[in-house]
Design a protein around this ligand. Structure first.
Ligand code: CU
Ligand code: CU
Ligand code: CU
Length: 350
């Protein structure tokens, strides 16, 4: 009898497991576009689905993922799925001349893998990475949600994704150049925009905010004022003993998940503490900084973002709360210079 009910239970679990694993099919283009990073500074990018960062891919543990990539640019690319184990699918690992040939201009390629690793993962080009990843915006978030979230994860009321990167104005206007170690990276951004073209992160007192912090291309020393962070995940892996910090040092490629208890109402600067990362071409008070704004706090008139046109999904908080899928984000759109479409706020702040 006991044996019988155990096997029934097993069968039920297997059925439930299968019902939960879905096939998720996505299409991505790679386009040759210009990205406005800072007021007066645009750079040529190869943008996934026309945006930098690339669209958020949000799936559940165990899902089968199929991504067809169309290369609409003038040079070769590939996509590496950073963090995915690629169990029995190593040919979808995206490394040119190792697992595939680079995707030629005009060609398409389909990657197929199971989301066999949970957490804050990402995807990026694996061709000439010191240009394509470091300077042309070829990166985006892949978040694999665990089937059984931990007690800590269940407390979270709001999530946000922060992707830090740097740019080189000297090679910004010419594809196929850049990425030499002697070059200077002189512009800095979060989610592809420098302060003040990025956005504040709005929270409520009592929120438990989970930041998924990414360093796709440059080192970062992330520091929020007025709050400690509980560091809970490293590269998507849960830490056996989460620890507190107020500065988080990150090397390129790393991701950390941190939880911040929003228990100190105010308007708080939050920034990269590598000091020249809060400059653009040497100009101070720009670059990789954002502000955490509590609801209900009256800002002073000198506050730069007092009357901002607020985009609540700039840190992908709304997208992360939606059903699984591919989530595009208008705030990250690059533009086609041939169409003479002006960058959204080009002449701002001069
Ligand atoms: Cu590429
Ligand atoms: Cu990687
Ligand atoms: Cu500071």
């Amino acid at each position: 009898m006991i044996k019988h009910s155990t096997s029934l239970l097993l069968a039920a679990c297997l059925l439930a497991g299968n019902a939960l694993a879905e096939l998720r099919q996505f299409e991505m283009t790679i386009d040759e576009l210009d990205l406005e990073v800072a007021p007066g500074f645009t750079t040529k990018v190869w943008a996934f689905n026309g945006q930098v960062p690339g669209p958020l891919l949000h799936v559940q543990e165990g899902d089968e993922v199929e991504v067809t990539v169309h290369n609409l640019t003038s040079l070769n690319h590939s996509i590496h799925w950073h963090g995915v184990y690629q169990t029995k699918s190593w040919r979808s690992d995206g490394v040119p001349d190792v697992t595939q040939l680079g995707i030629e201009p005009g060609d398409s390629y389909t990657y197929r893998f199971v989301a066999d690793r949970v957490g804050s993962l990402w995807y990026h080009c694996h061709v000439n990475v010191s240009e394509h990843v470091d300077l042309r915006g070829m990166w985006g978030p892949l978040v694999v949600r665990p089937k059984k979230p931990s007690a800590l994860e269940k407390r979270v009321t709001k999530e946000a994704i922060l992707m830090f990167s740097g740019w080189n104005s000297e090679v910004a206007s010419e594809y196929g150049t850049g990425g030499h170690p002697a070059e200077v990276v002189d512009y800095f951004s979060i989610n592809g925009k420098s302060f003040p073209l990025n956005q504040p992160l709005r929270v409520k007192e009592g929120d438990v905010v989970r930041l998924r912090i990414y360093a796709p291309s440059i080192p970062v020393a992330f520091h929020p004022h007025g709050h400690d962070m509980l560091v809970t995940h490293k590269d998507g892996l849960p830490l056996p003993a989460p620890y507190g910090a107020d500065v988080l040092a990150m090397s390129p490629g790393e991701r950390y998940d941190v939880i911040i208890e929003m228990n100190n109402p105010g308007i708080w600067m939050t920034h990269d503490h590598i000091e020249h990362h809060v400059t653009n071409a040497g100009k101070h008070h720009t670059g990789s900084m954002l502000v955490i704004e509590y609801e209900g706090i009256e800002a002073d008139d000198f506050y730069h973002w007092k009357h901002i046109d607020y985009k609540p999904d700039f840190y992908m908080s709304e997208s992360l709360a939606k059903p699984f899928g591919l989530h595009s984000n208008e705030a990250f759109n690059a533009f086609d210079p041939a169409l003479e479409r002006r960058p959204q706020r080009a002449a701002h702040d001069h």
